[in-house]
Design a protein around this ligand. Structure first.
Ligand code: ADP
Ligand code: MG
Ligand code: ZN
Length: 473
């Protein structure tokens, strides 16, 4: 038996006004190439960088939200490599003294199972320039002949970037999506980034290896990891990342099972969406030696200084999604499932809270409002809350949670839909002496029937329960 060992690196661009080490605007997306540049972010000799305080605060906030410990002292180092996306010949990053270390975040899978992911570090660095490859023949101003050219846009160079590195705690691909979604939600709640994958605000890299269960040589519990890892890079959607990780796990297990361990090596792979396979981009032999050393042009700084007061930053932290959800449950008596949906995005949570406030005066229960908002979601974003409340009041779109009343409607719908019920029952699967639920599609059609009869006012969860009881019992 083999188990995947996966660690994740997430890069997120901060939405600060200016870049990390100069005064150029960091709002570069869609702007004319090379218009947001200066000697510092172009890496011209003699240009002196300075630290963007807003970025450091953003990075510290991310660390705090991930239960990390802020460093007492921190400093930047040069990560040396030679590539045209970095005019300086090095990236200003952090290596030995990151801003935040040793945190954790809990993720939850669909069944509600909790899993703790340890965070190794959250550090501050800068983004690189963007290379744009253009094939000859494309008739643009830049190419007058048939040459293939690569253009460099330095607008992105020097935009604040935070890197968050986990311990290798993931054991399957679905956890990766849950984690990435949770981070995205945190960035948006904190207001530090739009965290849009498509625009490249947020980028994922996964490190994947597999280990044989019981193999003491590679035992994660003792911190002994497989002696190789495959780094999956340049994958710009959650979905492709999950697919790539799944493919990689399968590929690696097959090699191990075939006794071809020696083919498992440290390398970087990309994802080919057409062929649905990963492919080698760079092998270990070509790995960089970054020769990190402290950046002499920037000062070391103390986090607990007059400039960056961690207590003030803590005070300025917004309520995070899980805290908000807990408050909705405790103070407003919502179900945790509803509270979670309502807190997925701050916008929705804000609308809901506004409605609760107005609803209080008009004696509409938070629970009724929660049900309404969960069902209508996006439709509400542009509506006036007062109007919504009036609508609810006038149409008395109250939610029917009366079991007896719903039981009656459910029986009616069952009687009127003999065919569907047959289908539902026929697909009951006996497994041991336990009878599993029937065909969920049929059940959903029946729930829809009850909703129609009640003008959408029925409590859907309750309807499901009653129908299941009537059909299975
Ligand atoms: P690098 O900068 O070389 O990518 P980092 O230490 O920043 O190195 O990131 C390494 C990532 O790979 C971390 O998320 C870590 O948990 C993960 N990792 C380390 N060893 C393994 C392994 N054997 N299998 C899977 N993931 C690993
Ligand atoms: Mg890496
Ligand atoms: Zn600049």
């Amino acid at each position: 038996m083999y188990k995947p060992v996966i660690g994740l690196e997430v890069h997120v661009e901060l939405n600060t006004k200016s870049k990390m080490f100069c005064n150029c605007s960091a709002d570069y997306f869609g702007k004319k190439p090379n218009t947001h540049t200066c000697p510092v972010c172009l890496g011209l000799p003699g240009a002196l960088p300075f630290i963007n305080k807003q970025a450091i605060e953003g990075c510290l906030k991310i660390g705090l939200a991930l239960n990390c410990t802020p460093a007492e002292e921190s400093l930047f180092e040069r990560k040396n490599y030679f590539y045209p996306d970095l005019a300086k010949g090095f990236q200003t990053s952090q290596y030995r003294w990151p801003l935040s270390v040793k945190g954790w975040i809990d993720i939850e899978d669909k069944s509600g199972e909790k899993k703790r992911i340890r965070i190794n570090r959250a550090h501050q660095e800068e983004d690189t320039a963007k290379l744009m490859h253009q094939l000859g023949n494309s008739k643009t101003q830049e190419t007058s002949n048939n040459e293939n050219i690569t253009g460099i846009d330095f607008n992105r160079s020097g935009v604040p970037l935070v890197e968050i590195v986990t311990e290798p705690d993931f054991t399957d691909s679905s956890q990766i999506r849950d984690y990435a979604k949770k981070l995205q939600q945190i960035f948006r709640y904190l207001g530090v980034s739009n965290a849009d994958m498509e625009r490249g605000d947020m980028r994922l890299e996964a490190n994947v290896s597999v280990r044989e269960v019981g193999n003491e040589k590679w035992d994660v519990r003792t911190g002994k990891l497989p002696p190789y890892r495959v780094e999956l890079k340049n994958i710009n959607s959650f979905r492709f990342m999950v697919a790539a990780v799944e493919y990689e796990i399968k590929r690696q297990i097959e090699l191990l099972e075939a006794g071809r361990d020696d083919e498992l090596r440290q390398e970087t792979r990309g994802w080919d969406e057409n062929k649905k396979i990963t492919y080698v981009q760079r092998s270990k032999e070509e790995a960089h030696d970054y020769r990190y050393f402290p950046e002499p042009d920037l000062p070391e700084f103390r986090v607990q200084s007059s400039e960056f007061r961690i207590d003030d930053i803590k005070k300025g932290m917004p309520e995070l999604p899980w805290m908000k959800a807990e408050r909705f449950v405790k103070e407003l008596g919502l179900k945790i499932s509803d509270a979670k949906i309502l807190t997925e995005e701050t916008e929705l949570a804000d609308i809901f809270e506004k409605l609760v406030k107005i609803g209080r005066e008009k004696e509409i229960e938070p629970k009724v409002l929660a049900n309404y908002v969960v069902n209508q979601k996006i439709d509400l974003l542009n509506k006036d809350p007062n109007q919504i409340i009036d609508d609810i009041k006038s149409k008395s779109v109250g939610i029917i949670s009366d079991e007896e009343e719903l039981d009656k409607v459910c029986r009616e719908v069952i009687d009127e839909n003999g065919g569907l019920v047959q289908f539902y029952k026929r697909s009951l699967i006996p497994s041991g002496d336990e009878i599993k639920k029937g065909n969920p599609n049929m059940l959903n059609v029946l729930i829809g029937g009850v909703m129609r009869k009640t003008q959408g006012k029925a409590n859907a969860g309750l309807v499901r329960k009653i129908l299941e009881k009537l059909l299975n019992g």
